[in-house]
Design a protein around this ligand. Structure first.
Ligand SMILES: [Zn+2]
Length: 202
């Protein structure tokens, strides 16, 4: 299906983004993830930030203060415009902060510690989403109505994978990895799954 047809089905991207932002404070990644299929070569955080920037500029141009208020909890530029420069970002109501840059770094460190001491060549990251996050994601899809989203776990796997690859220097293998690191969000732990073939070879 072409992007144009999708667009007609789904209405204007910025209208969809506005609807999503009104549901509650949302971080750049979670907003960008709702449009992940529409622009390649960007992180979801970059997509989300770009959308918030355009929305804030439009609100300023139209002098729409109520709309700036909607954006303010999760966008500093809107808070500056409203004279609320000392307020921090509100916690994202979708990921509850799990996909912030700090948490991604922490997950990569946790995964690297779990892998320490093992000899292996290739790895893969998987995510076990908690029930609460899965519910939040479903609600966002239903109420936000974007048809361009990717799953939360895809983003987490990719972003932690990038960081883990930088730390370990190991290659990723989608089909036959020696090691799979499962990020268990319910427990806050990185769990290892060792390929049986790989173990036999040791
Ligand atoms: Zn979020």
């Amino acid at each position: 299906m072409s992007e144009e047809i999708l667009e007609n089905q789904n209405g204007d991207i910025l209208e969809t983004a506005k609807r999503i932002v009104r549901l509650g404070p949302i971080c750049d990644s979670c907003l960008g993830r709702q449009f992940a299929m529409l622009a390649t070569g960007l992180t979801n955080a970059e997509r989300g930030r770009s959308i918030k920037t355009v929305l804030a500029m439009q609100a300023s141009a139209e002098d729409d203060r109520s709309w700036l208020e909607d954006l303010a909890p999760s966008f500093r530029s809107a808070r500056l415009k409203l004279g609320r420069k000392d307020e921090p970002d509100a916690r994202c109501t979708v990921c509850l902060g799990e996909i912030s840059p700090e948490m991604l770094d922490a997950w990569a460190e946790r995964a690297a510690s779990a892998l320490a001491g093992w000899e292996y060549s290739t790895l893969l990251v998987g995510t076990k989403v908690s029930g609460l996050l899965a519910e939040n994601e479903e609600l966002l899809l239903a109420d936000g109505g974007s048809r361009h989203a990717e799953p939360f776990k895809s983003e987490l796997n990719r972003e932690v994978g990038k960081r883990l690859s930088a730390i370990t220097g190991k290659e990723f293998d989608l089909k036959n990895p020696d090691m799979v690191v499962h990020l268990n969000l319910e427990k806050g732990e990185a769990e290892l799954q060792v390929a049986s073939l790989f173990l036999r070879g040791r």
